[in-house]
Design a protein around this ligand. Structure first.
Ligand SMILES: O=C(O)CCC(=O)C(=O)O
Length: 289
């Protein structure tokens, strides 16, 4: 069970990220590895296709990071991890939220030689819901290193300006281009020493704030770099009808009800709430094998 200390919460508030050495144990890592193989081979255990399938064996570009979004709907092993109640509680504690819902998950696999992912601020894509706060938990399934293209952050950048998102996310030529522009706008120096790399054993990872500048470089190692990410929103968030077609709302506004702005718990389940509530269908779904 994950517990966040007051000291860790203070570091998160100050830096915009928090590295944790162990989030899941090796038995879980091995089960998740097998789920990654299944998902990228198009084998969807529940029969439900994930919301975004950006890479499949046989047709995917080998130089890109493989990505699937909302693997939890297709695979119960992924769901068991990203829907964990203690993860929801930890996120709420770090965000100062009344509770936590899953917004989406990311299943990411960067093979040796694969290209970078663009530096970006997650929340810049998310004003289709309100409050559009986001907090993410990134779980490494392989030991991570700077040269292996691990996740990297610009500490403190969650307090910087909030420009509109730009650029190609997958495999850009210059993955730090927009970070450099943002640092310049803030009058901040940017050099190699400014960057914080998430270097953890398999099963470790990090939390980051929705406005944190982050990205990842080439995988110059001879090992894959896999990660499972829980992107979480506040339990009291709702659709923002004025911005349904902005950012990733072009995909996720399909879950909007005709007559109200409620985020339906079938698609955005509540993992933990301060009054003890958790979406009742979760346990039934996990037990459904
Ligand atoms: O794993 C990566 O390289 C990027 C992940 C990311 O952008 C995120 O978790 O928000």
């Amino acid at each position: 069970m994950l517990e966040i200390s007051e000291n860790q919460a203070r570091r998160f508030t100050d830096q915009g990220y928090l590295v944790v050495e162990q989030l899941v144990d090796m038995a879980v890592v091995q089960r998740l590895d097998a789920s990654f193989d299944e998902l990228f081979a198009g084998d969807f255990e529940t029969g439900v296709t994930p919301d975004e399938v950006n890479w499949q064996t046989g047709s995917g570009d080998e130089s890109l990071t493989r990505q699937i979004c909302n693997g939890w709907k297709a695979n119960r092993t992924i769901a068991e991890t990203v829907l964990r109640e203690d993860f929801g509680r930890a996120v709420a504690q770090l965000g100062g939220w009344p509770g936590t819902r899953i917004m989406i998950d990311n299943v990411l696999w960067k093979p040796p030689g694969a290209r970078p992912l663009l530096y970006h601020q997650d929340s810049a894509y998310l004003d289709w819901y309100s409050p559009s706060d986001l907090l993410s938990l990134w779980i490494a399934l392989d030991e991570t290193t700077a040269s292996g293209g691990t996740l990297e952050f610009m500490p403190g950048s969650h307090r910087w300006r909030r420009p509109l998102p730009e650029g190609e996310f997958h495999g850009p030529d210059d993955y730090r281009q927009f970070l450099r522009q943002a640092a310049e706008a803030e009058g901040k120096a940017l050099d190699e020493e400014s960057i914080a790399y998430v270097e953890v054993p398999a099963g470790g990872g990090s939390f980051h704030h929705g406005w944190m500048w982050h990205g990842s470089g080439y995988n110059r190692s001879d090992r894959p770099r896999r990660a499972l990410v829980l992107h979480a929103m506040r339990s009291d968030a709702a659709f923002n009808p004025a911005r349904l077609n902005s950012g990733t709302g072009t995909i996720y506004s399909r879950y909007k009800h005709l007559g109200d702005n409620f985020l339906d718990e079938n698609y955005f389940p509540i993992l933990w709430r301060e009054d003890g509530y958790r979406t009742p269908g979760i346990e039934e779904f996990l037990a459904g094998r």
